[in-house]
Design a protein around this ligand. Structure first.
Ligand code: GDP
Length: 442
């Protein structure tokens, strides 16, 4: 199976660190070096590896150790999240709302294009209740037309074919008409592939795109081709604007590097994976499941997630209690600002609170940048000042401003924001931190 050796090596390098209760620069760097090698050996693109390691290092340094968790466990979670992000974070479903939905299948010869067209037709019929039509537009290889016809018979899905003596453009034009009169709500066009990308092929695909105006252009790539698939995807995407990739032969013995690099390198989301030669061997692509499969260690990842969830709630409760007894300080505000950022766009949350005043200091676009400034100002205060901001005189303001390289006006703005955030906190008192919805559970 794909990813096997990558999986083993990643688990090996993380095993050493996951039990650590103290992380030193040295053991972090050791681990990062091993992860780097594991990814490179799995044929992941060099730039992708570099970015991955840099992000992981940065996040691991800035991590908040939560409750009884060990720092090593948090690092496992960080590596997991980085993998999910590389793979695309969200599930990217195929868009079949339009009637008819037109899907153009493109890709190099042998990548699994025709097979995938059949698999997707079956998936859409069985899982989405669609009535697909497949179109044989590969006029250069009679065998390809026969293959699609056979697939159609096996699946009991109609195939529009005219043989090789018509142009692909003519075939597609007629097929669209045929599909409309036969009430096919999905039309899957199997286009010609080549062993390599060439100009004539691209020109033909561009023509077909202009004729069919497809809702999806799915690029089929073979996971066994390794890193090369990211380059192939880039070329197809530049010329045609691909809407998604179908990654085939993941059941094969690929090292996985291409699969990991393609999204990051091209921005094209993976929509389906092919996991065998049979027509039911197709799945939607779930980045988190794929990361789980590559990394293993689902136990550690879910342990950390649980702990972080409980921690968030505990922190909010603490802040509310502090508000109530008047001991809410600047450090607490900082914690809350971090929490709010995790909860997603602030304006959405604030809008849910009836009678919420407009707060100029809480706009979404620059809240991350503001948070950094706020942090640096607060970090240049003494503990006492953070706990009791009312002792901050002009003299102290000048010292604080100097300490963080800002002016006194910035310190004043922060203190004003603190007063405002106390108001917000009061209203946030009945927001459930896990959902961001009003109504805290008992
Ligand atoms: P096309 O030239 O791009 O249309 O490729 P085909 O659909 O003819 O597929 C080429 C070969 O790859 C065939 O032997 C298929 O059975 C095989 N194939 C396609 N998808 C998969 C897959 O997900 N797993 C495996 N193991 N084989 C696949």
């Amino acid at each position: 199976m794909a990813f096997e050796s990558l999986s083993d090596r990643l688990q090996e390098s993380l095993k050493k660190i996951r039990g650590q209760s103290v992380l030193t620069d040295e053991n972090m760097e050791d681990m990062l070096r091993e992860i780097r090698l594991a990814l490179l050996e799995a044929d992941v693109n060099f730039n992708v590896v570099k970015e991955f390691i840099d992000h992981t290092r940065e996040k691991a340094k800035g991590q908040n150790v939560v409750g009884s968790l060990k720092p090593g466990q948090l690092v496992v979670k960080i590596v997991h999240d980085e993998l999910v992000e590389l793979l695309g974070t969200e599930v990217s479903e195929i868009n079949v709302d339009k009637n008819p939905t037109i899907i153009m299948m493109v890709g190099l010869q042998g990548s699994g294009k025709t097979t995938s067209a059949g698999k997707i037709a079956k998936y859409l019929r069985d899982k989405k209740g669609k009535k697909p039509l497949m179109v044989a537009a590969d006029i250069y290889r009679p065998a390809a037309i026969e293959q699609l016809k056979t697939l159609g018979e096996t699946l009991d899905v109609p195939v529009f074919a005219k043989g090789t003596e018509f142009s692909a453009e003519e075939i597609v034009t007629e097929a669209l008409e045929y599909g409309r009169t036969n009430n096919n709500d999905v039309i899957l066009i199997d286009t010609a592939g080549r062993l390599q990308i060439d100009e004539r092929l691209m020109k033909e695909l561009e023509n077909l795109k202009a004729i069919a105006n497809p809702d999806e252009i799915l690029l089929v790539v073979d996971a066994l081709a390794g890193q090369e698939i990211a380059n192939v995807a880039q070329s197809f995407n530049d010329q045609l604007g691909v809407t998604g990739a179908v990654l085939t032969k993941l059941d094969g013995d690929s090292r996985g590097g291409g699969a990991i690099s393609i999204r990051y390198m091209t921005g094209v989301p993976i929509k389906f994976i092919g996991t065998g030669e049979k027509l039911e061997n197709i799945d939607l692509f779930y980045p988190d499941r794929m990361a789980d499969r590559i990394l293993g260690m689902g136990d550690v990842v879910s342990l950390v997630e649980k702990a972080q969830e409980v921690y968030d709630e505990k922190e909010s409760m603490k802040a509310i209690t502090k508000m109530q007894n008047g001991t809410f300080g600047l450090d607490d505000m900082l914690v809350q600002m971090h929490q709010l950022q995790k909860m997603g766009p602030l304006s959405g949350i604030l809008k849910m609170i009836p009678g919420m005043p407009k707060l100029p200091n809480f706009s979404d676009e620059d809240s991350a940048a503001k948070l950094k400034i706020t942090e640096s100002i607060i970090y240049s205060m003494t503990k006492e000042e953070r706990r009791h901001p009312d002792i901050i005189t002009l003299k102290r303001k000048e010292r604080i401003a100097k300490g963080c390289g800002m002016d006194v006006a910035a310190v004043n703005r922060l203190l004003k924001q603190f007063e405002e955030s106390k108001k917000v906190m009061k209203m946030m008192g009945n927001i459930d931190p896990r959902t961001g919805m009003p109504g805290r559970p008992k």
